[in-house]
Design a protein around this ligand. Sequence first.
Ligand code: HEM
Length: 284
Amino acid sequence: MFFIRDGIQFPDVVHALKPNPKTNIQEYWRILDYMSHLPESLLTWCWMFDDVGIPQDYRHMEGFGVHTYTLIAKSGKVLFVKFHWKPTCGIKNLTDEEAKVVGGANHSHATKDLHDAIASGNYPEWKLFIQTMDPADEDKFDFDPLDVTKIWPEDILPLQPVGRLVLNRTIDNFFNETEQLAFNPGLVVPGIYYSDDKLLQCRIFAYGDTQRHRLGPNYLQLPVNAPKCAHHNNHHEGFMNFMHRDEEVRLSTPLELPLLVFLLGIKILIWFVLFTDQLLPLKV
Ligand code: HEM
């Protein structure tokens, strides 16, 4: 779950979390002052200050898709879905006192733990579970299933095992394979689609926007971000474009512009016929 349910609140969340603009010191009063105006953030706060608030390391941590996505079967059947990753070595957390010692001794302790585990052949594994819901049932619960400040109760919508993820090798170069990596909740594979979850709708465009700025317009062609299978898209040109194309057709044909102008003309005509009488008084 998350603090807010609408992406437009995100800039304010970030400003509340940032340090004091005068002293550059991060202060709890600013965070809590803002969050106190958002009662829907309470569930996330409860998790943060509960025993699960400080994970021991990455291997003992759960992962969540957070948002409601949809699964689309070949037959066309659609289901709402939530994704959950559960570590097979269990969930472990630190108390505030333990965190001071562990983090104080090595601020990269979680990265080191992950790296050392993989290097020694103790490969971390997560099981993938899904919760599904028929979209026809969206209004049948006492909470909004598309609201990210809520979780779907597992006794009503049980976790179903569907797969696993094993980290069995480390990267060769941090800059190439991590710094230039671009995760984006808007990039989905066939069979998975979005939902009307308002926060997801904002994230769908926010990440790509920032990644085009951070890495350049063709960042999806970088080896770490490109699909490994044969693929095609309708992106053209842009800086650092190294996708080989030998086709002679582009999407926007020379016919498109006149067609657009024609359709726009018809729209303006209809609008004029419908609304002239309302405009006339303005002329007086
Ligand atoms: C469920 C709520 C959210 C979660 C769990 C989340 C999580 C994350 C994470 C883990 C990253 C780091 C990604 C990376 O290192 O590549 C990130 C980056 C980012 N987030 Fe979010 N975020 C959430 C909500 C939002 C919202 C609402 C917005 C904007 C409306 C947003 C905009 C961004 C942007 C622009 C980046 C930088 C992406 C990049 O440069 O690659 N996030 N977020």
